[in-house]
Design a protein around this ligand. Sequence first.
Ligand code: GLC
Length: 708
Amino acid sequence: MYKEYLTRAREILSDMTLSEKVGQLNQITITPYTGKTDELKELIRSGGVGSIILASSATAGNDPQGHVNVELYRDLQRIAVEQSRTGIPMIYGRDVIHGHRTVYPIPLASAASFNEGLVERCYRNIAVEALADSIRWTFSPMLDLCRDPRWGRIAEGPGEDPLLGSRMATACVKGFQGDDLKADGSIVACAKHYLGYGASEGGRDYARTEISDVTLYNYILPAFRAAVDAGVGTVMSSFNDINGTPVTGGRKYLTDILRGKLGFEGFVVSDWGAVCQLEHAGFAENREDCAKKALHAGLDLDMCDKCYIENLPDLVKKGEVTEQEIDTAVTRVLCVKLAMGLFENPYGKCANYDKNVHLSNAKLLSDESMVLLKNNGVLPLKKDTKILLSGPFAEERRTLLGTWTLDGSAEETPNLREALSQKAAGVFRYTEELKDAEDCDVIVLAVGEDYRKTGENHSVSDISLDGAQVELVKKAHATGKRVVGVFFCGRQMALGNAAGFFDAILYAWHCGSKTACSVADILFGDVVPSGRTPVTFPQKPTHIPLYYNVTSSGRPANGYYGELSQGTYDDGDYAPLYPFGYGLSYTVFEYGKAECADGEVSLEELKSGKKVTFSVEVTNKGDYDGKETVQLYISDTVASVIRPIRELKDYKKVFIKKGETKKVEFHLGFGDLGFYSENGDYLVEKGKFNIYIGKDCLTDNSAVLYVI
Ligand code: GLC
């Protein structure tokens, strides 16, 4: 896809000086040039800038950012194209993470939709809005698998499962890039943070990681592999080290695995300042050494720390870096620029879009992302219910948009008070202190966490609901009225200290522009909830890490996932409060027995492409039409590297009308039944596989398959 531009890229390269080449590997931010526009223009004119990041700080996700300045970008681009000797256009990048003007659910929430078709459509909308503001490249999707919700950046990724992560990766890349990168409405995506950043120790941002190669290949890499297979143009190297090697200086990661095993053809950009961080990490002696090590590892574009531009020319003169290595990196950058049509169209296209269509897609996705965690029958509310609304997020707007919202407008975002008062036909009141609760039928509490508790450099040590909110919940419960909790969160919280006081819990996440509208529709039953947990919800923060795709301990007393009462902690079991894949509906889905068409298949047949069919009948026995996410898990019972007790291998989100039965089929083949060895070789081993089909990872509805 990118290599087809190699010949043209090499032609361009043959006419470039060393300093122009190094300029192509330099990404700058405009902020340091405030008041020094002439200096900036001269740098561009001299061929010193390959790319500009449209962000004014290193932690743009939570720092207020300036707005995009399309006219300035066009002026600067004109200098690159018309006044520099090579005429190579710059590529503008911005962190357009889960929305641009219209804001969609945070990525963790959109994973909860289990609806990648809808995610792809929404990400296409995002690309169109970004492109209209001259943004040609986004630093998204973030694909870091995460098992520690203390990490603030869990909000930005797809959660704890490699298959779900891979499906979301494909959807986002296809949405951003489309089928044709040159087409109107396409922008270049960036799979980040490669690699292992989500495994930071203790959930502390930027901290070290210890990752075995088996874990790397089986859990952490799959989403990146999916992004590469979907044609992602760029990959961002992460800040962290893995087992003592910073990824940004690790040839094993950036070259051997990424290019050798995954077949990536685009270019690698560092995270902000990650090249010079090699010195801070104690991996390089000085900035010159940083540049040398990063280039050698396979890092192509240096984000914002000027290590390359300041050091590579001298390193070549000294013979410590070859011009060939630089040529390789420049060629990769040029191939992406050519593939995206930047030379023909350096200024971006004027994609016209209908903001209302984008808003309605954002609404659909937030409808499907919210997870009904608990309901003792209070929901859905009848239209004439007298509601009393309280809680710290009842009138909040900005938090609903979530972290990494650079261009969305909080003022234009309805809050829950507004959304509910429009829907409630009965009496609706908002009070901060639960005053006069006797007059109401139901208390709705808007609780959760501020968006600044999530995102980059915003980890927390305690993921429980804070003390003041727990007090409020208890007070509401003590009134004797039914209490509905609406949780606005950027991660799974540990709700063991609060869940018991609620009659219903709707986990609304930070779902973007339409968050409050979706909540109102779900509470009143105009939308039937269908989101599923993309992560495990522990009872207590001290149970972290807790994730579903865990291997067996060999001591049966430990049970699966803490499900057995004995053999867990002395002070209580660690069974999750809500397991992976879990979510309630207003209707009732009943499952028939999991069926397997063939009880056995030979390894040879699998290798030659045979698929085995599994099926289940699902009946909607309730009073609402609704969507059900039917999940298929496998367990490879004996293997040379022990396998998890459950691994999600497929799922289908199906719409089933009330009274209707649907047969849901799955087809598993060679690519579904195996795992990666520590060398990264993919193996399917003979033996018994248990196949589980049901509503979440705890299902026992199983069939058996023998691979012979
Ligand atoms: C950062 C982040 C990364 C982001 C980049 C550019 O510090 O880690 O996710 O894309 O800077 O803003």
